[in-house]
Design a protein around this ligand. Structure first.
Ligand code: ZN
Length: 204
């Protein structure tokens, strides 16, 4: 399986990092070695001083597909879960300045937190109003709603599949809302999808 992440998919988040609003989805990838499951703790690597949390809705691909038209895209994902796209922001800023790829800052071990539970898309009244949030030590720091995504689930599937074949089990992180910031040792992170707590883990 592979992990594909969308960047700058919420206007307020793009603005908080002084990024342009993209005209088409920006995407990058993480290897499967980046996955952090079962609410295991996240260890801050020793080569960064600034790891940011990015809470995101995650789509699970359920069908093999390439060049998927937007109107058929809904057939290619059937479950939504929650993830954190951990980002070494200091390293990413250096790479961005030099025009280099982001892998060091995004693809490192444990940088892709994923919930054990996914919900069938069908339980949501519409895929356009899915609410989610991240609490740190009991305080809400990020709140999102899929309706605020610049590129919706169908558009993301259609765009990525133009370039990359999607396979069953692939995970697509759909971008983070505003409110990203650093985590520190001892923080407790809790992620909610609607009112269900799907993530609850420590930073060490
Ligand atoms: Zn992200």
């Amino acid at each position: 399986m592979k992990i594909i992440c969308i960047g700058r998919n919420y206007v307020a988040h793009a603005q908080e990092l002084n990024n342009e609003i993209p005209e088409e989805p920006v995407f990058f990838m993480k290897p499967d070695s980046a996955l952090l499951r079962n609410n295991d703790p996240f260890y801050i690597p020793d080569w960064t001083n600034e790891v940011h949390h990015e809470i995101e809705l995650v789509m699970r691909v359920c069908r093999l597909g390439k060049n998927i038209e937007k109107r058929f895209a809904h057939r290619y994902y059937d479950e939504i879960g929650l993830g954190v796209d951990f980002t070494a922001r200091d390293v990413q800023n250096e790479l961005k300045k030099k025009g280099l790829p982001w892998e060091k800052a995004k693809a490192f071990d444990r940088a892709a937190v994923i919930s054990s539970t996914f919900f069938p898309v069908s339980i949501f009244p519409t895929p356009e109003t899915i609410r989610f949030k991240l609490n740190i030590n009991g305080q809400t720091v990020q709140e999102g709603n899929s309706g605020l995504m610049i590129f919706g689930f169908d558009e993301i599937i259609s765009h990525i599949s133009k370039y990359i074949t999607l396979k069953i089990g692939d995970l697509i992180y759909t971008g983070t809302p505003a409110g990203v910031g650093p985590v520190k040792i001892g923080d407790q992170l809790e992620g909610y999808l609607e009112d269900k707590k799907l993530l609850d883990f420590m930073v060490k």
